[in-house]
Ligand binder design. Structure first.
Ligand code: ZN
Ligand code: ZN
Length: 135
């Protein structure tokens, strides 16, 4: 996982659009309680690019950053719709995979912080799957 990629994506409302470029370090699915709070879901899905650049192709002035005091946890989000968007941390750019419009050319690296997973996550393999919202 060392070839440089360019990942483009945008927030739910479309006000913010970004392009992140650099070599892929990892794609982690993080199940920690902070990522569950941040996403409102079972886990975050973030791609880490090293020696990377982050460009706002639209709405950079609509991006706000939040850092959880006393931790390394931070997030950037659209101030209109609240969706997570890419953020830079030094030379690393962290891209929320769900925001991407670019097809991935690599597989996720690993699930991490699995010991912190939601209790209901273990029920997912047995949960029915529907192609769309069931009637
Ligand atoms: Zn938005
Ligand atoms: Zn996490």
């Amino acid at each position: 996982m060392s070839d440089a990629v360019t990942l483009e994506g945008e927030c739910l409302c479309g006000a913010v659009r970004f392009a992140a470029s650099g070599p892929v370090h990892a794609m982690y699915l993080c199940h920690c309680s902070r990522c569950r709070k941040e996403t409102g879901s079972a886990h975050a899905a973030n791609i880490f690019l090293r020696d990377a650049t982050l460009t706002w192709t639209r709405g950079g002035d609509s991006v706000r950053r939040y850092a959880l005091p006393g931790t390394r946890k931070a997030r950037s989000f659209c101030t209109t719709c609240g969706s997570p968007v890419a953020r830079a941390a030094g030379a690393t750019v962290i891209v929320p995979a769900g925001a991407l419009d670019t097809p991935l050319t690599f597989a996720p690296t690993a699930h991490i912080f699995c010991d912190s997973r939601a209790p209901w996550e273990d029920l997912l393999p047995a949960t029915p799957r529907h192609a769309a919202l069931p009637g």
